[in-house]
Ligand binder design. Structure first.
Ligand code: DGL
Length: 278
């Protein structure tokens, strides 16, 4: 059995488009509706209750349009609301969390002290960049618990990254690089193995990070794992799109103006003309 129903994806703003980009590449047959809640961004500095309300309202908008699965393309909304959404709605809800497991299991690249144990067995040094809400929530505390005994893990909130992305300033190297310096100069990066990009907005800073951060520091995001998980869930539910169809994507959102909507297409890497309407 196949299903041509759309996959509903949402984020507090434009960051979730980094997930949609990956979905378009790896699931070209699927129809996607993406909702960017730009007028309410950032979620990361709000209370859990506020983020829950906003997330449920975005989810319901997508469910009303017949979504066969929901992708919460936002680590913050996942921390605050994914469990509730799974209880409340009957469709599969795919959430995200900072890819700390991937970072801790990745190859060791940093300079370790001379008396450190064998590189293969010594722990990793990882900085998790995410929103304030993601980093202070119970979900992340549980994740930390699984790895903090063996690895050195720092939490770094980066609220300005969200504002920069939402304001369309990602191509302004002066602004992006200055923000990266502000958050990361305090770390000894020669001893850091990786930085986890634990917010979907931050994935759009990869090029800027590569300019500022030493090459041996890996940049790890959760988009690949999320799309892999989504594919498995759809397969198990017998709800994948027909392999002979060409998928479409529709972008909706509480945009401030036409410019912000144009920016959404720019971040998706597709023009409104190439995006077949559903
Ligand atoms: N993109 C969101 C995330 O992955 C959060 C950005 C925000 O603070 O709204 O956490």
């Amino acid at each position: 059995m196949t299903s041509s129903a759309p996959i509903g994806v949402f984020d507090s703003g434009l960051g979730g488009l980094s997930v949609v980009r990956r979905m378009r590449r790896e699931m070209p047959n699927e129809n996607i509706i993406f909702y960017a809640d730009c007028s309410n961004a950032p979620y990361g500095t709000k209370s859990v209750e506020q983020v829950r309300l906003l997330s449920c309202s975005a989810a319901e908008r997508l469910i009303k349009q017949g979504a066969k699965a929901l992708v919460v393309a936002c680590n913050t909304a996942t921390s605050a609301a994914a469990e509730q959404m799974r209880e409340k709605y009957s469709l599969p809800v795919i959430g995200m969390e900072p890819a700390l497991k991937t970072a801790c299991e990745a190859e060791n690249t940093a300079e370790k002290p001379e008396n450190a144990p064998d590189a293969e067995t010594s722990g990793r040094t990882v900085i998790v960049a995410a929103t304030e809400l993601t980093l202070r929530e119970e979900k992340f505390a549980r994740l930390m618990k699984r790895f903090e005994d063996r690895h050195t893990i720092y939490r770094q909130p980066c609220p300005d990254f969200v504002t920069i992305a939402e304001n369309g300033q990602l191509n302004d190297a002066k602004i992006t690089d200055k923000a990266i310096h502000r958050y990361f100069d305090k770390y000894d990066l020669s001893k850091t193995d990786s930085i986890v990009l634990g917010c979907t907005h931050f994935v759009f800073f990869r090029d800027a990070f590569r300019r500022v951060i030493p090459k041996h520091v890996k940049l790890i995001d959760g988009n690949e794992g999320t799309v892999r998980h989504l594919k498995n869930v759809l397969k198990a539910a017998d709800k994948e799109a027909d392999k002979d169809t060409v998928g479409t994507v529709r972008i909706e959102g509480s945009f401030a103006d036409a410019e912000q909507k144009r920016l959404a297409f720019e971040l998706l890497g597709e023009t409104p003309e190439t995006v077949t309407p559903l």
